[in-house]
Design a protein around this ligand. Sequence first.
Ligand SMILES: *[C@@H]1O[C@H](CO)[C@@H](O)[C@H](O)[C@H]1NC(C)=O
Ligand SMILES: *[C@@H]1O[C@H](CO)[C@@H](O)[C@H](O)[C@H]1NC(C)=O
Ligand SMILES: *[C@@H]1O[C@H](CO)[C@@H](O)[C@H](O)[C@H]1NC(C)=O
Ligand SMILES: *[C@@H]1O[C@H](CO)[C@@H](O)[C@H](O)[C@H]1NC(C)=O
Ligand SMILES: *[C@@H]1O[C@H](CO)[C@@H](O)[C@H](O)[C@H]1NC(C)=O
Ligand SMILES: *[C@@H]1O[C@H](CO)[C@@H](O)[C@H](O)[C@H]1NC(C)=O
Ligand SMILES: *[C@@H]1O[C@H](CO)[C@@H](O)[C@H](O)[C@H]1NC(C)=O
Ligand SMILES: *[C@@H]1O[C@H](CO)[C@@H](O)[C@H](O)[C@H]1NC(C)=O
Ligand SMILES: *[C@@H]1O[C@H](CO)[C@@H](O)[C@H](O)[C@H]1NC(C)=O
Ligand SMILES: *[C@@H]1O[C@H](CO)[C@@H](O)[C@H](O)[C@H]1NC(C)=O
Ligand SMILES: *[C@@H]1O[C@H](CO)[C@@H](O)[C@H](O)[C@H]1NC(C)=O
Length: 742
Amino acid sequence: MGVLSYSVTFILSLLVLDVNAAIDRHSIVSRYNPKRNASSPTTPLQVGNGNFAFGADVTGLQTFLPFAIMSSWGWKNDTLPAQKSEVDIIEYHGTSYPSHGREIQYMFNGEPTMNKWMISNPNRVNLGQVGLLFVDAKGKALNVTEQDLSDVRQELDLWTGAITSHFKFQGKPIAVQTHSAQSNDAIGVTVTSPLVQAGRLGVFLDFPWNDGSSKFSAPFVGKYNMTSNHTTSIKTGRGYGRDAGLGWNVQAEITHTLVENTFLTSIGGDELSVSRVSPDVHRYNILPAHRSHPTFSLTVSYSLRRPKSIPEPHSIAAESKSVWKKYWTTGGFIDVFTGSADKRASELQRRIILSRYWLRVNEAGESPPQEVSRLMIICVLQLSDVCDLTKSGLVNNGWYGKFHMEMIFWHLAHWALWNNWDLLDRTLGVYQRFLKTAILRAQVQQGWKSGARWSKMTDPTGRSAPGEINELLIWQQPHPLIFAQYDYRAHKNHATLEKWKDVVNETANWMADFAWFNSTSNKYDLGPTMYPVSEDTNPNVTRNAAFELSYWRFGLDIAGEWFQKLGKKVPAQWNTVKENLAPLPIQDGHYAIYEGVETDFWNNTKYINDHPALVGLHGWLPLTANVSLDIAKATADKAYTSWNITNCWGWDFPMLAMSAARNGEPEKAVDWLLHPLFEFDDIGMPVGGVRVPTPYFPGSGALLYAVAMMAEGWDGSKKKAPGFPTGKAWNVRTEGFSVLLT
Ligand SMILES: *[C@@H]1O[C@H](CO)[C@@H](O)[C@H](O)[C@H]1NC(C)=O
Ligand SMILES: *[C@@H]1O[C@H](CO)[C@@H](O)[C@H](O)[C@H]1NC(C)=O
Ligand SMILES: *[C@@H]1O[C@H](CO)[C@@H](O)[C@H](O)[C@H]1NC(C)=O
Ligand SMILES: *[C@@H]1O[C@H](CO)[C@@H](O)[C@H](O)[C@H]1NC(C)=O
Ligand SMILES: *[C@@H]1O[C@H](CO)[C@@H](O)[C@H](O)[C@H]1NC(C)=O
Ligand SMILES: *[C@@H]1O[C@H](CO)[C@@H](O)[C@H](O)[C@H]1NC(C)=O
Ligand SMILES: *[C@@H]1O[C@H](CO)[C@@H](O)[C@H](O)[C@H]1NC(C)=O
Ligand SMILES: *[C@@H]1O[C@H](CO)[C@@H](O)[C@H](O)[C@H]1NC(C)=O
Ligand SMILES: *[C@@H]1O[C@H](CO)[C@@H](O)[C@H](O)[C@H]1NC(C)=O
Ligand SMILES: *[C@@H]1O[C@H](CO)[C@@H](O)[C@H](O)[C@H]1NC(C)=O
Ligand SMILES: *[C@@H]1O[C@H](CO)[C@@H](O)[C@H](O)[C@H]1NC(C)=O
């Protein structure tokens, strides 16, 4: 093709683009920039990169409120209980429950001190605090509170990932700009004020003691008054610290040691003077070395190992700008606002845009996002004294910062529909990494013949935290098959098939093995012993839970297809089990939670106060073989009215919306998404609701999954935006989505 015809084609394609008017993503995103004029006592504004996040108060730093700085790699172990050693971890012995004539060994109810240690370790560490330092004319630190500031305004620019804060102190203006690096775990901060030239403004760093004494730490993590429990030390040197062996542009390095775990903080930027406030505190003051300019910039970088260099503040800002721009301009995008008559359209658009931001900051790490839920049940089981607080993402700590492999679906599956594979891929390696421990769990610990059993409450080594629910839940099992299938759709090649082969194989092997052949019914039963999604039944009698049967069927279908695509023989047992799974339990024309549950369970408070997963049979899941469309619809309708909706929370609402959408009731689907009990705060953080504190990110992940499904449809859906009502109320435009799996 000649240059001329190439240009003509190019111009033509521009014209075509114009006709189809691409969505003006920048103007829609910027419309929802969060703005504040005071710190929120519950949620920080954050900058971050998915692996690392920095929570800011209204000063753009952590001047008044010590919101957390958290990462996917910042974990520590507390001291082992007295007279215990590493051997006791390896030899930890739980309890056994009988199941179909066999005693199965589970990792809970072991020796109490080890039990407790293994639940609470490792725990996730808050890396520190960075705040503004106000000093008087003599250089003495001032005790300033937020009430001492005036003309306060703050904005988070979603398009560039920048927090800009403006305020006055003693009549003098101060501006602070904060960015997060994207390929490093560092922040870049620029402070501008006449107070800088007066030598009256700097930055302080502080470091908290972190331990596993509290399951939940929110809104703040760690204790700043337990200074004798941990140590810090500082290294500085001439010529940017080089004579102290530091990275080439590192001016000071602070080593923070908690028990045997060490974290490094490296400081650079404009020429700075860094000093420890006193030997018995872990606070360090930083002042610009020169006062010729009203602005100074610094980088504060966190790591486990000494960096060769750290990014300069201006390059952090530039990187933030370009990475966020790429994020917003590629991948899926939706405009439900322009041209929609429904008054709720702007609020839905706000939730979507802000969820996209918070999940990119908190939920795209090398290990899965931490998880919080089922507070009540866990509280009944243990540690009721700490049952008032809990969190997720990198905002603060819930469950000691551990992640939960069943919730990974709601945290992460939206990335696949929104085509953000670069982000999803960061985490999905967890399945390859944990395959060995999952095989050991299934075959060595629990004595199954084959396969890998995925854990629930998990640490970065793949170890499952002791707990009855952790060990007996099963709906996490098919998840990797779904992720694999999405991966293949996005990357249809042999390498993808090979990448997931072992995970698919061993996942399905255990699913087939777990199904027990019942010679009375000639069917394969699931359980006992198991907990269904709704964790509120007796695991010793729970058998053939409807959702799990369906999900097993769906998963085994995918696994079989996978092997066919690979040109391998599909293991006979997968098909035998799949074709002969017990039928879904039916009572009075509706599906029941499990076979044998009390016939009045719809009216029984014991069963209607947890996740209404029965609506997932046709919605979240496609209609699998053996599920009747009529019965599934009738079941969903009954759940809408019989379930205790006031006790629903987080992802329940998007799950209900997906059910209504697939059942052809788009008005209801939108109502569920915008249900008054499914709230997002002033900056779009998902409110926990009745059961869990804010933010509860599975609510955001599920919202984005449901919105993608409702707007782009699912395999076999006919019309455009099938989950939204037609007519003037909703005008839905999408770009760059994938459709939901069938
Ligand atoms: C601060 O913001 C709130 C809304 O978030 C607004 O109601 C209030 O008037 C603002 N205060 C000032 C002083 O601007
Ligand atoms: C905590 O201890 C366990 C058991 O020794 C070990 O596997 C894990 O790597 C440790 N984690 C950290 C962060 O030290
Ligand atoms: C389930 O069975 C185990 C082992 O027999 C027992 O310890 C446990 O209390 C039972 N749970 C319930 C809810 O009955
Ligand atoms: C700082 O001032 C506040 C409010 O006046 C007070 O509550 C606090 O104890 C003071 N802190 C210090 C370290 O003096
Ligand atoms: C630290 O503060 C907490 C309350 O926030 C208190 O319970 C604890 O005793 C204090 N510890 C020390 C060493 O002062
Ligand atoms: C922390 O320090 C306190 C004294 O301030 C001490 O009683 C406690 O045992 C220490 N805890 C740990 C885990 O080191
Ligand atoms: C699947 O897993 C089984 C059991 O581990 C193994 O024997 C078989 O070779 C695996 N199949 C493939 C294709 O890797
Ligand atoms: C086998 O299935 C039948 C029919 O569902 C059921 O009544 C029976 O309890 C099952 N047997 C066992 C041991 O679970
Ligand atoms: C489930 O569906 C399959 C067809 O895919 C069929 O062979 C099997 O008999 C059905 N099982 C039940 C219990 O209805
Ligand atoms: C549940 O309660 C409603 C009235 O509250 C009643 O009409 C219905 O028959 C009850 N259903 C069952 C299965 O007990
Ligand atoms: C429904 O949930 C609310 C809110 O948690 C609770 O107060 C109420 O007791 C529940 N009602 C029933 C019937 O379980």
